[in-house]
Design a protein around this ligand. Structure first.
Ligand SMILES: Nc1nc2c(c(=O)[nH]1)N[C@H]1C(S)=C(S)[C@@H](COP(=O)(O)OP(=O)(O)OC[C@H]3O[C@@H](n4cnc5c(=O)[nH]c(N)nc54)[C@H](O)[C@@H]3O)O[C@H]1N2
Ligand SMILES: Nc1nc2c(c(=O)[nH]1)N[C@H]1C(S)=C(S)[C@@H](COP(=O)(O)OP(=O)(O)OC[C@H]3O[C@@H](n4cnc5c(=O)[nH]c(N)nc54)[C@H](O)[C@@H]3O)O[C@H]1N2
Ligand code: SF4
Ligand SMILES: [Mo]
Length: 668
């Protein structure tokens, strides 16, 4: 091992931890990736998903060459072509679409498959210059975006959580989804004797590690937050003057708070009155307390109502006054994604299209111009968007020209006309911001790209040349694209050498008199199931998958075993279901099949199907979004958790299907 070269890089995935890693390269091959030991968050450990990231790079099913579709859309019938053919075809088709329908008929569709400035933003430059439709919205934490746009603080330096005396982890499964944040929570416990309380309908791994677990009825978080505020008010623990510094509707807010007595709250939330009173007292007396919110409960029609109620409670408790107190949802280093993406390249005002509604938009007969050319990267919309049948219908349109840039033949890539093979994080240079801390991270390439894979910067340059686009921003190197996002005081060479750079945030303070917040806003209360025997199905993150990623990797699949629906013993008994049996999970949108796990870790009335499984292979095709409604919060967050289902024994040979469709889950 004497010749092993160590290369500083970082995990690209859509996770709040943005870990720094060290790639061990032996003779041109990565033999290991290890967490950076001296990074204050990473602390030498990568998660269960990424600890062997090199296996993703070297996977036998990795896409290594451009492909052209030769079979039906959605099938797996492709032939290998050269980059010249691929780029020539795309340039010609995009050009023809612009000529016939205008540039707005082109749509780039991407999410956070990689957080890197090159992999996330380089291709956007091309679409900005072309004048294509501009993606807007989010499929992840849109409620947070809405609240932030109104001025609500979303977070502070998460390392300060060590100062807190009470940490309320409210709808986040940190040990699975962002386990490096847990370091600071346990340090608060060790240093200050902090209590950790988890509010979650499921007794998650995180709930098991906490001091208390409040198994709330989903969708009633706003009511619980009002109930805790009620306790603060009654017991003289509310900091009303401080709340008035922040908000202009404190009286309206308090008028509602007084109506939510602990008794009424307990009945609505399905928890005990004592829990409400005791948690309210703890929250009022801890100095400070912090609410650590999650994304799961935002993924509901009541998403913004949930987050606003938590923000209001943190303010009423006066917790922002002290370091480590308030509410933490997200945190960002200073990082100019817009500069990497070249948003100033846009001429005029092309329309915005909401990525969260891409299913309906792709098949909207009234959309003018219709979307005729689609380029997808960093996203697997066939699995990740709500109401998969509508998405499949849109992606399956024969008149839609689709390019998918990917590492693997995902369900979305199967709908492509042209598939382009992308480099993985071990093969390209990139710089990353973050959404869970304040570090900027570098990713130095560890090896040369495998096969004919290319970085998104290179794909952009090739397409720009083929389309005769001369703008200098389309000739920028990957390093220049990434460096455009850096704040002025961060030196690129220093960053490459150090691996990361922290930009400490300013302390959060009450807004000025001009910019007061609203503690009240649109609400949406939890509804009873549409039919009495239906159960709510939550779709939390899988421990060994990253969203839809790794669902094709054998180690990760083995660790996840197979799709598992968790159900409370009472609900299983009412349906005469037994542990381990195959069940059909259905509603009028379709049916998926899973094994049943009977467990009191989920509360009665609620089931849970963790992980985003692909539609292929069909044995494990429990694509939860076949069953999710075409429904969004007022701010546009897909309501992934507002799914209601019947659960019955599966017929022996049952395969997933859409409501009225044939056997295959996603395409006709
Ligand atoms: N292992 C792993 N890690 C990941 C990901 C992954 O797929 N796998 N994905 C990454 C991404 S993109 C994101 S956005 C984050 C998400 O991180 P989290 O928000 O932590 O993840 P979720 O599992 O979506 O939701 C968290 C919890 O919310 C609970 N919940 C659902 N509805 C309600 C409700 O109405 N009220 C309350 N109080 N709780 C509710 C669920 O039971 C779940 O345990 O994780 C990131 N990290
Ligand atoms: N029912 C339900 N639906 C959900 C959720 C849920 O909890 N329940 N969660 C929602 C949330 S929070 C999110 S964030 C979304 C996530 O949905 P997606 O963004 O679609 O999921 P990912 O798997 O993170 O990334 C998508 C793809 O990016 C690819 N990728 C990674 N790196 C690169 C790269 O460098 N280049 C290219 N070209 N491709 C790359 C991966 O191979 C992967 O196929 O799903 C949402 N959908
Ligand atoms: S997925 Fe998150 S926890 Fe895992 S290595 Fe990447 S950044 Fe770290
Ligand atoms: Mo997400």
């Amino acid at each position: 091992m004497a010749d092993v070269v160590l290369v500083k890089g970082s995990c690209p995935l859509d996770c709040q931890d943005t870990c720094s890693w060290v790639a061990h390269v032996d003779n041109g091959k990565v033999v290991k990736v290890a967490g950076a030991r001296d990074h204050p968050f990473t602390r030498g450990v990568l998660c269960a998903k990424v600890k062997d990231y090199e296996q993703r790079t070297y996977a036998s099913d990795r896409l290594l060459h451009p492909l052209r579709r030769v079979g039906e859309k959605g099938s797996h019938n492709f032939e290998r072509i050269t980059w010249d053919e691929a780029v020539g075809t795309i340039a010609a088709r995009f050009g023809a679409i612009i000529d016939e329908f205008g540039a707005e008929a082109l749509m780039p569709l991407f999410f956070l498959g990689s957080l890197g400035a090159v992999q996330h933003d380089a291709l956007r430059r091309l679409f900005h210059v072309l004048g294509a439709s501009r993606p807007t919205g989010s499929v992840c934490a849109q409620a947070g975006n809405v609240l932030a746009a109104e001025g609500h603080p979303r977070g502070f330096d998460p390392e300060d959580i060590v100062e807190a005396e009470l940490i309320v982890v409210w709808g986040a499964n940190l040990l699975t989804t962002a386990h490096h944040h847990w370091h600071f929570i346990t340090e608060a416990r060790k240093n200050n004797g902090a209590r950790i309380v988890v509010i979650d309908p499921i007794r998650t791994r995180t709930a098991q590690a906490a001091d208390d677990h409040v198994p709330i009825r989903p969708g009633t978080d706003r009511v619980l937050a009002l109930g805790l505020a009620n306790v603060l008010l009654r017991e003289g623990l509310a900091d009303i003057d401080y709340a008035r510094d922040w908000a202009d509707d404190v009286d309206v807010y308090l008028d509602e708070v007084v109506t939510w007595t602990p008794e009424r709250v307990a009945a609505e939330c399905g928890i005990t009155e004592e829990t409400v009173v005791s948690l309210g007292r703890q929250f009022g007396t801890a100095r400070p307390a912090v609410i650590r919110s999650g994304v799961g409960p935002q993924q509901s029609v009541g998403g913004e109502a949930y987050l606003r109620s938590l923000s209001a409670l943190a303010i009423l408790g006066g917790h922002w006054k002290l370091r480590g107190g308030g509410m933490f949802a997200e945190a960002y280093p200073e990082f100019d994604i817009g500069a990497a993406a070249g948003i100033d390249l846009v001429d005029g005002d092309p329309r915005h299209l909401d990525i969260a509604r891409m299913g309906p938009l792709l098949s909207d007969p009234d959309l003018d111009p219709p979307i005729k050319g689609l380029m997808v990267w960093n996203m697997n919309p066939a699995i990740a968007l709500p109401d998969s049948a509508t998405v499949a219908q849109g992606l399956g349109r024969v008149d839609l020209f689709t390019v998918v840039v990917e590492h693997f033949m995902t369900d979305t890539a199967r709908y492509a006309d042209i598939v382009l093979p992308s480099t993985t994080q071990l093969e390209h240079f990139d710089i990353l911001g973050a959404w869970g801390h304040h570090y900027i991270s570098v990713n130095n390439p560890a090896i040369t790209p495998l096969g004919e894979t290319k970085s998104h910067g290179e794909v952009m340059r090739l397409l720009a040349t083929a389309m005769n686009l001369e703008h200098p921003a389309l000739k920028a190197s990957d390093e220049q694209i990434a460096a455009a996002a850096l704040p002025e005081n961060v030196d690129l060479d220093q960053l490459k050498a150090d691996g990361w750079h922290k930009i400490s945030p300013p302390a959060v303070a009450a807004p000025g008199s001009e910019a007061k917040l609203h503690l009240t806003g649109p609400t949406h209360e939890a509804q009873p199931p549409p039919e009495p025997d239906m159960l709510q199905m939550l779709t939390p993150k899988g421990q060994f998958f990253m969203n839809t990623s790794f669902a094709n990797m054998s180690r990760h699949r083995k660790a996840m075993k197979h799709p598992i629906l968790e159900m409370n013993p009472t609900d299983a008994a009412a349906r005469s279901l037994t542990d381990g049996q195959q069940v059909a999970i259905s509603n009028d949108q379709g049916v998926i099949v899973s094994a049943l796990q009977i467990s009191d870790a989920v509360r009665p009335g609620v089931t849970s199907l963790p992980g985003k499984w692909w539609a292929f292979p069909t044995e494990t095709a429990a694509v939860a979004n076949i069953l999710s409604p075409s429904a969004w919060s007022p701010g546009g967050q897909p309501a992934y958790n507002d799914i209601y289902v019947h659960v019955t024994p599966a017929e022996t040979s049952q395969t997933p299907s859409r409501g009225d469709g044939p056997a295959s889950p996603l395409h006709p």
